[in-house]
Unconditional design. Structure first.
Length: 251
């Protein structure tokens, strides 16, 4: 048991800090190599960027384990890179995808109010993130001394992070396929869940918010694993149906 605790104490922090690179490096490489982000949910970088930015401000008030702060900073860098690569390699207008799910053949993509996070130009994405960070910084200056505000920021940050797998789960379910989502990402998420839970349970300097977030994420990631078993990583159902219709027209 002592050896196990020692391994968790020394290996888990290293794993957590480097997890942004190990989790999303392969996804970035795959999008860059294939020159398309079709099937990849743009909400993934949105969720992780908002959660990581808020976690950095949360650390200013809660002073939780510094390992998690380093992880948040590296996550911001990785997610900004992933967002840039995904935006540079978006599908053409003809095969435009909605962040929560690819559009079904012959149907318009799901629209959000003001086309939030569905903009075709790249500038609005960076402007939103800059305004969000600035607004959070102002609130931190004004209310950072309030324990209630600090706790609220923590719950919001970790609540957003807990919902990370949800957009991809919904996208896979609507398309009846896991195409475009790397199995390496899912595997790293599940492994990360296990490592996080072990580290959080062993560390007294980690609050309840982190443990609750990790538990919710583990359940959603398990759902992704079930989808991989049920749907596989082949073409989406709408893509197959569209190809069949085109073949019928040719014949």
């Amino acid at each position: 048991m002592g050896l196990f605790n020692t391994l968790v104490a020394y290996i888990a922090p290293i794993f957590l800090i480097t997890s942004p690179v190990t989790s999303y490096g392969d996804q970035i490489r795959a999008i860059h190599k294939t020159r398309t982000s079709r099937g990849f949910s743009l909400d993934t970088p949105l969720i992780m960027l908002l959660a990581s930015i808020l976690r950095c401000f949360y650390w200013l008030g809660a002073d939780f384990d510094i390992t998690l702060l380093y992880q948040s900073i590296l996550m911001i860098v990785v997610q900004l890179t992933l967002l840039k690569v995904a935006l540079d390699n978006r599908p053409s207008e003809a095969e435009k995808m909605a962040p929560f799910a690819a559009a079904t053949a012959g149907a318009a993509a799901h629209k959000r109010p003001y086309s939030f996070w569905q903009w075709r130009a790249q500038q609005p994405y960076w402007s939103f993130l800059a305004y969000f960070t600035a607004a959070t910084a102002v609130l931190q200056v004004l209310f950072g001394g309030s324990g209630l505000f600090v706790d609220l920021v923590g719950y919001v940050a970790l609540g957003i992070e807990a919902a990370l797998p949800l957009p991809q789960v919904l996208a896979n379910q609507r398309r009846r396929s896991c195409a475009g989502f790397r199995m390496s990402v899912m595997a790293s998420w599940i492994l990360g869940d296990v490592m996080k839970m072990m580290y959080f349970l062993q560390n007294d300097n980690v609050g309840f918010q982190f443990k609750a977030c990790a538990a919710v994420q583990m359940c959603l990631d398990a759902g992704l694993g079930v989808q991989f078993l049920c749907f596989g990583n082949g073409p989406a159902a709408d893509d197959v149906n569209g190809a069949l219709r085109e073949k019928e027209l040719v014949l």
